[in-house]
Design a protein around this ligand. Structure first.
Ligand code: ATP
Ligand code: MG
Length: 286
């Protein structure tokens, strides 16, 4: 059988769609139907295992899967022998302490002697130890946000993204223990063949990530403002400038980082740029 890179991804849940989309953007399509434990792939020697996210670090440690996509929160909580190779830029959330909205939070000391409900006992006890706080950890397996309301705990530690779940349950976020996003993890002892496949896969992931963070921009510039406009555009090397059919005008092409985007567009307009087009980039290899 030809060598394949075995990857574990979440079977369903918050990481599923983005994990599959990342594979697709890397040119790797799933061949078999979903709702199975395993799928073969088009265009890349890869086999996908669909698992509960909690189990992924163990599968990677045991080399049942060579690599896996999992939240840092789960990776650090499970504490398995595996290595993070790439941040993936999705599944962003934070693991936070929350208490009743009516309570007055006085700092981490507030937690002394309190009962804290969580599904992350390892990360919570590390946090308490680091801050030299004695508190009781009450491990539960879900619906953590209702624990204070039903008298099970004084505080909770749970994942938060917008904070709306906390709000709906009369809680407020008071402390962040960990910022998390999805990461690619790998087994620590991959063979040479597996390593080579992982390198190929990583090369594609990085090209996709760069493309997602950048936009291609085209605009028309009056030649007498060209220098000023070019100085605003970074470009991969430097912007491309082509003459327009209309005398005195040029077309300028470049690549902009998402973060600087609106700022630069405003300046370009002020400098006389017209017909500004911004288009997504599919892959970007530098
Ligand atoms: P599974 O059935 O696979 O065990 P789960 O219920 O444990 O799934 P999900 O709720 O699907 O997990 O979340 C998976 C991951 O998505 C989390 O571990 C975390 O890394 C990430 N995530 C991003 N935003 C949030 C959020 N607001 N709440 C919970 N998880 C989030
Ligand atoms: Mg889970």
């Amino acid at each position: 059988m030809a060598m394949k890179l075995k990857i574990a991804i979440q079977k369903s849940g918050r990481l599923y769609d983005d994990s599959v989309r990342l594979l697709k953007d890397c040119g790797i399509g799933l061949k078999d139907g979903v709702n199975k434990l395993k799928a073969e792939c088009d265009n890349f020697p890869m086999e996908i295992y669909f698992l509960r996210d909690d189990d992924i670090p163990q599968y990677v440690e045991d080399a049942v899967a060579d690599v896996g996509i999992v939240g840092e929160n789960v990776f650090y909580e499970k504490n398995k022998k595996a290595e993070i190779v790439e941040q993936l830029g999705f599944g962003k959330c934070r693991l936070s302490v929350a208490i009743g909205r009516g309570e007055e939070y006085t700092g981490v000391d507030y937690l002394k002697g309190k009962k804290i409900a969580t599904t992350y006992p390892v990360l919570v006890s590390q946090f308490l130890e680091k801050n030299k706080i004695n508190a009781e950890i009450h491990e539960i397996s879900g619906s953590v946000e209702i624990a204070p309301g039903i008298g099970l705990s004084d505080a909770i530690v749970d994942l938060v993204s917008s904070g709306s779940t906390l709000f709906m349950n009369g809680l407020k976020e008071v402390e962040t223990i960990l910022r998390s996003e999805a990461v690619l993890i790998r087994n620590e002892q991959l063979g040479a063949g597996q390593c080579a496949l992982l390198e190929k896969f990583l090369f594609r992931i990085r090209a996709v990530k760069k493309a997602r963070n950048n936009k291609y921009i085209l605009l028309n510039a009056p030649n007498d403002r060209l220098e000023e406009i070019i100085s605003m555009l970074p470009g991969m090397k430097s912007p491309t400038v082509l003459p327009l059919a209309e005398a005195g005008w040029s077309s300028v092409h470049s690549v902009l980082h998402e973060n600087d985007f609106w700022d630069i567009i405003e300046k370009l307009k002020a400098a006389g740029a017209q017909g500004i087009l911004v288009v997504p980039i599919e892959k970007m290899v530098i």
